[in-house]
Design a protein around this ligand. Sequence first.
Ligand code: ACO
Length: 323
Amino acid sequence: MTRRAVVTGVGHYLPERVVPNSEFESTLDTTDEWIRSRSGIERRHFAAEGETTSDLATKAARAALEDAGCDLDAVDAIVVATSTADLTFPSAATMVQARLGMTSGFAFDVQAVCAGFVYALSNANALILSGQADRVLVIGAETFSRIMDWTDRSTCVLFGDGAGALLLEAQEGEGRNTDRGILAVDLNSDGRYKDLLYVDGGVSTQTTGHLRMQGNQVFRHAVEKLAKTANTSLERAGLTSDDVDWIVPHQANIRIIQGTAKKMGLGMDKVVVTVQDHGNTSAASIPLALSVGKQKGQIKSGDLIVTEAIGGGLAWGSVVVRW
Ligand code: ACO
């Protein structure tokens, strides 16, 4: 028998305020047409004043626990992927822990920008496989609206706020790739590319800063690295792209999503797409897409899913999971 980390619950939360592309037309030299055609984004959600990343994360976590029918007492750990925690410390994860009313176990954040959820899933999987935890809440939550430069049309129209969560539970599998659960992981980073995507402020420089991105340079890295990491994970699981039911990609740009699927030899009918409604929610985008994909009846038990993401670092990676 082989221990596996199986997804038993999924949920999400989006802030109430929906901002269509047209709202930017009055303050920036941009158009709904440019944003749609270059990125695929039509609208995004922005958190209300005073609404923080841990607020969004807590709501997504409750939805995942409810979906799993799991008592809070049974949860051993919380891992939050975020680059926009409420405070420098404590972690967003311990704030979620307190809000849920969980007084045992442990909680910590993972920061790998848009690849954060893939990194968090990998960490949670390792906790379960090593026997350190039986049930782990894995959350991706962001308020990127707080780090936008509202005068920079090349970035501020692309991002949104939101949160998604999964409950991972230890179950016994047969050690085959027909088992439910996480089957393979591939993580990568290359810090030489820092200047392509970063926030020009932080604690050690005593500034807050704004997101800066050389979008077309990141784009160039994205399709190749994403298809490669997805294929590497599939190979590690003893599978190929022919076995994939759904690609659930990081939702940054529809052209990156289409290019990656094409490079993997898969049609868009095999891809869960939410970028039009959420924009780029960084570490929240994959769990949001998993939750929406399940709600819409796309993702079903037993489906083979590949998630892949790239972001600041550069950091990128993928996870193969049988739902
Ligand atoms: N409205 C109108 N024109 C614009 C806008 C806008 N909102 N933004 C930029 N432009 C202009 C540019 O100024 C440029 O004009 P120029 O030719 O006169 O200089 C022109 O449009 C083309 O700009 P590009 O940046 O080359 O456009 P591109 O087709 O590359 O699309 C985009 C830009 C959408 C940012 C794309 O490059 C992209 O999605 N990149 C990848 C983003 C990504 O995946 N990031 C990683 C995850 S994010 C994270 O980790 C936080």
